[in-house]
Design a protein around this ligand. Structure first.
Ligand code: YH5
Length: 301
């Protein structure tokens, strides 16, 4: 019998016995995914934010990832106050209206601290808690953390990504950051790892990481993976931002399959979270796959 796969997220528990779907909620003015629709002047439009969350939850999202800093290549930096003004009202509103897990996509200590008080359930940091105070704030929150790998910074990361061995270097970085977190008092089973697709990586780097997911599963940590609408999808199928839905869903499903295959091989107790824009389509793909797997197992009895 395999141990129940769950992640304790503050007052809530995330079921990781199957891949969990994390729906992306950008509360940034330049959000490419919604063309800034959630943003009205200085303040985010909370009604539209909540509508977007409601629809992702109806579509089967397990977690809502709220981010107030655009980290797409070349995006402009945001001040601490701006980020707080974007993220906090969204976390509060989502937490009071919906019974969902809330993840906060942030690298900022103040945002980690305030969001955890406002009801956030997970800290998702593309900078792996390297900013001043972020590690301490995350440790104090008691929430699970996702550590992501990025080479260089968002404004420069796609200029000239370069590695000798991308898979080993990304793994080495994540293991180092994990150790720093454990030393700071964060429990190892509260740490998720993410190779950071598209963050200072060429298409070849992204594909190398994609074909080496076994080695990430073998860390024993739950994984968080995000390829949704990223340029690697666009490059593979030669499509612009508006035509990446099918490619994104297929890539998510392929990743879920390879992770699950390795997890079964090594009897892993870790799980997988997929970070996506297109919740409905991703959930449908995962559901079809799970149904065929379940039937296969039944048939083998
Ligand atoms: C991630 O992978 N990504 S924000 C550029 C795009 C499309 C999408 C050029 N936060 C991740 O979604 N957190 C982001 O097209 C993340 N893992 C984790 N843990 C970037 C993004 C995007 C960027």
């Amino acid at each position: 019998m395999s141990r129940a796969k769950t992640l304790t997220c503050g007052s809530k528990t995330l079921d990781l016995s199957r891949p969990a779907v994390m729906g992306i909620l950008n509360v940034t003015p330049d959000s490419f995914s919604d063309g800034g629709r959630l943003y009205a002047g200085e303040q985010i439009d909370l009604d539209k934010t909540l509508q977007s969350v409601e629809s992702m939850l109806e579509q089967g999202a397990d977690i809502i990832d709220i981010g107030g800093e655009s980290t797409r290549p070349g995006a402009s930096p945001v001040s601490v106050q701006q980020e707080l003004d974007r993220v906090l009202p969204a976390v509060q509103a989502v937490n009071s209206r919906f019974d969902t897990l809330i993840s906060v996509d942030t690298s900022t200590a103040e945002v980690i601290a305030e969001a955890s008080h406002a009801g956030a359930n997970l800290i998702n940091d593309v900078r792996a808690l390297q900013r001043p105070g972020a590690l301490e704030a995350a440790a104090v929150s008691g929430l699970p953390v996702c550590l992501m790998h990025m080479q260089n910074q968002p404004d420069t990361m796609q200029a000239n990504p370069s590695y000798i061995d991308v898979v080993s270097e990304v793994l080495e970085f994540l293991q180092q950051r994990k150790q720093v977190c454990v030393d700071a008092g964060i429990s190892s089973d509260q740490i998720l790892l993410d190779p950071g697709f598209g963050f200072g990586k060429t298409l070849r780097h992204n594909l190398a990481l994609n074909t080496a997911l076994d080695r990430f599963v073998d860390t024993g940590h739950s994984l968080l993976l995000g390829v949704s609408r990223k340029s690697m999808i666009g490059q593979l199928i030669n499509s612009n931002m508006d035509n990446r839905l099918v490619g994104s869903v297929i890539m998510a499903l392929l990743m879920a399959q390879s992770v699950a295959a390795r997890q079964a091989q090594v009897n892993s107790h870790s799980g997988l979270i997929l970070r996506v824009h297109d919740v409905l389509e991703t959930v449908q793909a995962l559901t079809i796959w799970q149904a065929t797997r379940a039937f296969k197992e039944e048939d083998n009895q």
